[in-house]
Design a protein around this ligand. Structure first.
Ligand code: GP9
Ligand code: MN
Length: 427
């Protein structure tokens, strides 16, 4: 066990990418509002349906430089069966999920050294998750205590009346609306994670709330997706407006991300119609892009950043933005703004993508020609092996609960789940 831990430590520390001085510490002490776009894939950005933008508000964050966002257009989700729960785990710990099941559930008693706890211990941040579903879905009420999340606002904190609810839970518009007063109450600086829900399979919406005509592929999943994505886009526009009114916008870091695909491989035919191209294995992998957008107050947005990156990169990136060096922690990702950010993005199944080539289901492809590479270079083959090794190290950490034995630095205090209580609000 201890030799496993040393091996993992050597591996992650060798991959550490030093901070970019233009970003290091630039967001220190600022609130962070992290917005989860359920099932949102990057192909929606700038996509036009019958000549009309599906997500005009998100598109404006990408293109209007006065809004000061940086949009990573080659950012990929790295989730597996744990879906939302995997995205949450990866983005708060820089570990991978498991190849089967959801670590949020099966590793719900593990020790973690998570972003919210590090931020709390190093800089006094309060953390909170907001989500309009039952508290025990994905074992959240238990695992959040292991992640050191101070507050969890789940369905009972919201008005779950019939007209406010569809599909899994609270609709995104009332969700954001009712969250703002709760956000205002949080002790600052805070790290607030807003998890949306309406853009979730099977993508249903009340007719009177639909503001865009569906495509007509005849596949209800694909056809519905555009309407719920538009609804989410509108909910987000309303949230930004309300954050400004509440005085929370200007001085907060805002990070927006998509958690995983909405359209699974079962819907290739309809998607081929939508995208007007064949969905080969390579194309399907490329569709696993999800948006990542960041705005840091006082720092110019870059517009579109083409760096290839994945969810594991988020923890070191945010740590460095706050001015906390990531080097002490066991993290599989590296800082997106670092000049030495690593250039390949592993998927949980061992496939991976880089800017030039991809490795999908046992085949290397040239991204430009889309053709298989029959004679991969040693470097390509080595990268494939490194990806498998990295996933294996992450599995060792989770399966052996090895972070129990790891002390990042002398300031680190282990998270004690008993310190956290997510009491039911007064009825
Ligand atoms: C449920 C929601 C959906 O609370 O987060 O999870 P998913 O099905 O996307 O994993
Ligand atoms: Mn999800």
């Amino acid at each position: 066990n201890s030799s496993d831990l040393i091996e993992v430590e050597n591996y992650t520390k060798a991959k550490y990418a030093d901070p970019n001085p233009d970003y290091f510490g630039m967001g220190s002490g600022k609130n962070i509002i992290k917005i989860h776009l359920e099932s949102f894939q990057s192909f929606l950005i700038d996509y036009k349906l019958n000549g009309e933008e599906v997500t005009p508000f998100l598109n404006s964050l990408v293109h209007d430089s006065s809004k000061n966002f940086t949009y990573f257009d080659n950012f990929f989700h790295q989730t597996e069966q744990g879906k939302t729960a995997d995205a949450e785990l990866i983005m708060d710990t820089s570990l991978y999920g498991l190849s089967q099941g959801a670590a949020f559930v099966t590793k719900g008693k593990n020790t973690f050294q998570s972003l919210p706890a590090i931020m709390h211990q190093q800089q006094g941040y309060t953390s909170a998750v907001f989500h309009g579903d039952g508290k025990s879905f994905w074992n959240r009420d238990k695992i959040y205590k292991r992640l050191g999340i101070d507050q969890f606002y789940y369905d009972l904190y919201y008005n779950m009346s019939d007209e406010n609810v569809i599909n899994y839970g609270l609709k995104d518009k009332p969700f954001f609306k009712e969250s703002v007063p709760m956000l205002k109450e949080l002790k600052q600086p805070f790290y607030a994670h807003m998890i949306t829900l309406t853009n979730h399979h099977p993508f249903i919406l009340d007719e009177e709330e639909a503001t865009i005509a569906s495509p007509e592929t005849g596949n209800s999943t694909v056809d519905g997706y555009f309407r719920t994505a538009r609804y989410l886009d509108e909910a987000l526009a309303q949230f930004f407006h309300d954050l400004k009114e509440a005085g929370l916008y200007d001085d907060s870091i805002i990070m927006i991300y998509g958690d995983h695909y909405g359209i699974s491989s079962n819907h290739k035919k309809a998607m081929e119609e939508i995208l007007n191209e064949e969905i080969t294995p390579l194309e399907y992998a490329e569709l696993q892009r999800v948006p990542l957008m960041i705005r840091i107050p006082g720092v110019d947005g870059q517009g579109i950043n083409h760096e290839y990156a994945g969810m594991v990169d988020v923890v070191p990136t945010l740590l460095h933005i706050l001015g906390i060096d990531a080097k002490d922690y066991l993290l599989f990702g590296s800082d997106l703004f670092s000049k030495n950010h690593r250039s390949y993005v592993p998927f949980r199944n061992g496939d991976f993508v880089t800017a030039e080539y991809s490795y999908i289901k046992g085949v290397f492809y040239n991204n430009e020609t889309k053709e298989p590479i029959t004679n991969p270079t040693d470097k390509m083959v080595n990268t494939r092996d490194t990806v498998l090794q990295e996933l294996g190290f992450s599995d060792k950490l989770l399966n052996g609960d090895l972070l129990r034995f790891y002390t990042p630095n002398k300031e680190w205090k282990p998270i004690d789940a008993r310190d956290y209580h997510y009491g039911k609000p007064e009825e």
